[in-house]
Design a protein around this ligand. Structure first.
Ligand SMILES: C[S@@+](CC[C@H](N)C(=O)[O-])C[C@H]1O[C@@H](n2cnc3c(N)ncnc32)[C@H](O)[C@@H]1O
Length: 266
C-alpha cells in the first residue's frame, strides 16, 4: 500500500472536524508511518485487520485515545483503557499550579488514568501520593501507569477517602458537570467516556465533600487545588469562604475560570 493512500483512507473515515495533525498522529502511532513517509508516498506494509478496525472506530467517532490506548499528558504518554476518563490538556494547568507549591504529601481525588498523581510524583521526586478512585478501571489504569513510570512505591491507590493522613496538597479534577447539562456535552464524550467521571448529580456537593475532608486532612500550610467549570465558580467560592478557606481562582487560556486554589485562613 502507498503511505498517502493510508492517510487518505483514515482522513475520509474521520469526521471533518478532526484536524489532519490528529490523523498523522494516528497513522504514526498505530501503523508506524511518519508524516515524511506520507509526504514521500512511500510503499508501506499495513495489517489489513488493524486498518479495518481503525477505519470502523474512526467512523463511529470513537475517541483517539481509546483507539490507540494512549493519551499525552504533561509531556508523557499515559495508558488509557476504554472506561477511564481521557486526560485533558486543560488539566495540565492544574498540575502546573500545584508544582508552584511546596509539598511532600498529596492526595488526588478521582485519579482516573493517574495522569495528575503520576505527573506530580515524576516532577516532585520527593513526594508521596494517595490516589482515590472509585472506578475499578480507573484504579487499574492508575496502577498500570504508576508501574510504567516506576513510581508505584510512592503511590497508594484506594477507593475511598482515607480516614488517616495529613496532606500538604489535596488536588482534584472531579466530575463537575451537572447531569442537567447532559444535552450540552459533546456526543463523543457522553457516548464513550464513563459518565461518573464527567457528570455528578450535584457537583457542588462533591466539592463540599472534598472541602469538608480537607478541613481535617490538610496540613497547616497546605493547599487544595481544584479544577472547575466557570458555572460552579460562584457557588464554590461561597462554600469555600463559609468553611473558612482563603480562595483564589485562575483562568485558563480561553479566559474561563478553571482552577481554584484554597488555603487555610489561619
Ligand atoms: C474528571 S475525571 C478525572 C480523572 C483524572 N484525574 C484526570 O484528570 O484525567 C473524575 C474521576 O473521578 C472519579 N470519581 C467520581 N466520583 C468519585 C468518588 N466519589 N470517589 C472517588 N473517585 C470518584 C471518576 O471515576 C473519574 O475517574
Amino acid at each position: 500500500m502507498k503511505a498517502l493512500d493510508l492517510f487518505k483512507t483514515l482522513r475520509c473515515s474521520a469526521s471533518s472536524d478532526v484536524p489532519d495533525s490528529t490523523i498523522y498522529n494516528l497513522v504514526n502511532y498505530i501503523f508506524g508511518v511518519s508524516k515524511i513517509d506520507v509526504a514521500l508516498n512511500k510503499d508501506i506494509i499495513v495489517d489489513e485487520g488493524e486498518l479495518r478496525r481503525v477505519v470502523y472506530l474512526l467512523g463511529e467517532n470513537v475517541p483517539f485515545a481509546y483507539i490507540t490506548g494512549h493519551e499525552a499528558f504533561y509531556g508523557r504518554d499515559f495508558y488509557v483503557l476504554p472506561g477511564v476518563f481521557i486526560p485533558r490538556n486543560e488539566t495540565e494547568l492544574l498540575v502546573e499550579l500545584a508544582l508552584t507549591e511546596s509539598f511532600n504529601s498529596f492526595l488526588d481525588f478521582g485519579s482516573g488514568s493517574g495522569a495528575i498523581a503520576i505527573s506530580l510524583l515524576l516532577e516532585n521526586t520527593k513526594s508521596q501520593g494517595v490516589a482515590v478512585e472509585i472506578s475499578h478501571v480507573g484504579q487499574l489504569c492508575t496502577k498500570y501507569n504508576a508501574e510504567k513510570f516506576e513510581v508505584k512505591d510512592r503511590l497508594s491507590i484506594v477507593s475511598t477517602l482515607p480516614e488517616n493522613g495529613m496532606f500538604d496538597l489535596i488536588i482534584s479534577n472531579p466530575p463537575y458537570v451537572a447531569y442537567e447539562l447532559f444535552e450540552d456535552v459533546d456526543y463523543s464524550v457522553k457516548t464513550f467516556e464513563p459518565l461518573q467521571a464527567v457528570f455528578a448529580e450535584d457537583p457542588v456537593m462533591l466539592f463540599r465533600n472534598i472541602l469538608t475532608y480537607s478541613l481535617s486532612h490538610l496540613s497547616h500550610t497546605g493547599r487544595v487545588i481544584l479544577e472547575i467549570d466557570s458555572y460552579v465558580e460562584s457557588e464554590l467560592k461561597e462554600l469555600a469562604l463559609s468553611l473558612g478557606f482563603l480562595y483564589e481562582v485562575t483562568k485558563d487560556l480561553s479566559q474561563f475560570d478553571r482552577i481554584c486554589t484554597l488555603s487555610a485562613s489561619s
